[in-house]
Design a protein around this ligand. Structure first.
Ligand SMILES: Cc1ncc(C[n+]2csc(CCOP(=O)(O)OP(=O)(O)O)c2C)c(N)n1
Length: 321
C-alpha cells in the first residue's frame, strides 16, 4: 500500500474507532450496555499507528481500554458492538464485555482488567516467538498507571535479560482514573524506566499517526533483528472520563480543549484535505457510518448467551470461537 492509500486507511480506522465509541457511549446511556465502558477517544492514533508498524501475525495485548486496538487489528465492528451489548455473537460470546475483547484470529489477546497484570503475558508471547524461532514481535500496551505495578517491571526485567522481541508501549494519557501523573510518579519521564533494565527507549507525542507508526516501527525492526525489547512512552490524552461513571472533575475544560487542538484524527483529515483527498475522506466517513449503524443493529438483534454456554465455557475451556 502506498503512503497516500495508507493515510486514508489510517484515517478510516481512527474515524471508525471514534464513531464506534461515540455510539457505544450513547447505547450505554440508553441502558443497552451494562458494566464498565472505558473509552479510547483521543488515543486512536496510538493503536492505529502501532498496527501499521507490525504484521497481521504479530502479537498484541492491552488493558481494559481495548476497543481501539481490537478494531485497528481487524476485529469486526459487529463482533465488538455485540460484545458490548452482552450478546452471544460478540467476540467473547457476550460473556466478557467491554474489558475483555479477544480476537485470536487477528492476534489481539485481550482486553485485561488487572492493571499491569497482562504485561508478563506480553513478555511471554515474545518468549514463545523467540523459543519457536519465529520472527513475530509482541506489543504490550499499558497505561502510565501500570508503570508503578510490579508485574510490569517483572516483564521488563526478563524481556531485557533474554532480549525478547517485546515492545512495551506506555500510553501516557496523563491520568490513572482521577490521579494525575504528577501526583503518582516521582519520575514523570516514564521512558527513563527503561534505563533500569538496559533497554532501548523512546518518547513522543502521538499527534501524528505516521510518526507513531515510524517510531514504533523502529523498535519493531530492532526486535525482529534480535536486538531485544524497547520501552516507548507515547504521550496521548483521553477526552472522556476514565469510564462512563466518571464526570472527570479533576481537570479543567480548558485542559481538555487544549488537548483537542492536537487531535491526531483531525490533523490527518486536514492534511488529506490539503492533499486533495476530500472525496476519499467523504467516502471513508460514509463507510464508517454505515458500518457503525450496521453493528448496532446487529448487536440489537442478536440473542443473549443461553444457559447452554455456561458449562462449556466454565468447565471445559471451549471458549474460543
Ligand atoms: C491491580 C489493580 N489495581 C487497581 C485497579 C483499579 N483501576 C482500574 S483502572 C485504574 C487506573 C489505571 O490507569 P492507567 O494504567 O494510567 O490506564 P488508563 O485508564 O489511563 O488507560 C485503576 C487504579 C485495577 N484494575 N487493578
Amino acid at each position: 500500500m502506498n503512503e497516500r492509500d495508507l493515510a486514508i486507511e489510517m484515517y478510516r480506522q481512527m474515524k471508525l474507532i471514534r464513531r464506534f465509541e461515540e455510539e457505544s457511549a450513547r447505547a450505554y446511556s440508553m441502558g443497552k450496555i451494562g458494566g464498565f465502558l472505558h473509552l479510547y477517544i483521543g488515543q486512536e492514533s496510538v493503536a492505529v499507528g502501532a498496527n501499521a508498524a507490525i504484521r497481521p501475525d504479530d502479537y498484541t495485548i492491552t488493558t481494559y481500554r481495548d476497543h481501539g486496538l481490537a478494531l485497528a487489528r481487524g476485529m469486526t465492528s459487529r463482533a465488538a458492538m455485540a460484545e458490548l451489548f452482552g450478546k452471544e455473537t460478540g467476540c467473547s460470546r457476550g460473556l466478557g464485555g467491554s474489558m475483555h475483547f479477544f480476537d485470536a484470529e487477528h492476534h489481539m489477546y485481550g482486553g485485561h482488567g488487572i492493571v499491569g497484570g497482562h504485561m508478563p503475558l506480553a513478555a511471554g508471547m515474545a518468549f514463545a516467538s523467540k523459543y519457536r524461532g519465529e520472527d513475530r514481535v509482541a506489543l504490550g500496551f499499558y497505561g502510565e498507571g501500570a508503570s508503578s505495578i510490579g508485574a510490569t517491571h517483572e516483564a521488563m526485567s526478563l524481556a531485557a535479560l533474554w532480549k525478547l522481541p517485546c515492545i512495551f508501549i506506555c500510553e501516557n494519557n496523563e491520568y490513572a482514573m482521577g490521579t494525575s501523573l504528577e501526583r503518582s510518579l516521582s519520575l514523570t519521564d516514564i521512558s527513563r524506566k527503561a534505563d533500569a533494565y538496559g533497554m532501548a527507549k523512546d518518547r513522543f507525542v502521538a499527534d501524528d499517526v505516521f510518526m507513531v507508526r515510524d517510531r514504533i516501527g523502529a523498535a519493531v525492526k530492532r526486535a525482529r533483528a534480535g536486538e531485544g525489547p524497547t520501552l516507548i512512552e507515547v504521550r496521548t490524552y483521553r477526552y472522556r472520563g476514565h469510564s462512563m461513571s466518571d464526570p472527570a472533575k479533576y481537570r479543567t475544560k480548558d485542559e481538555v480543549d487544549d488537548a483537542k487542538q492536537r487531535d491526531a484524527l483531525y490533523r490527518l483529515q486536514h492534511q488529506l484535505e490539503e492533499d486533495g483527498a476530500t472525496a476519499e475522506i467523504e467516502k471513508a466517513d460514509a463507510a464508517v457510518e454505515e458500518e457503525v449503524q450496521d453493528a448496532i443493529k446487529f448487536a440489537d438483534e442478536s440473542a443473549d448467551p443461553g444457559p447452554d454456554l455456561l458449562a462449556p465455557t466454565t468447565y471445559k475451556g471451549e471458549f474460543a470461537r
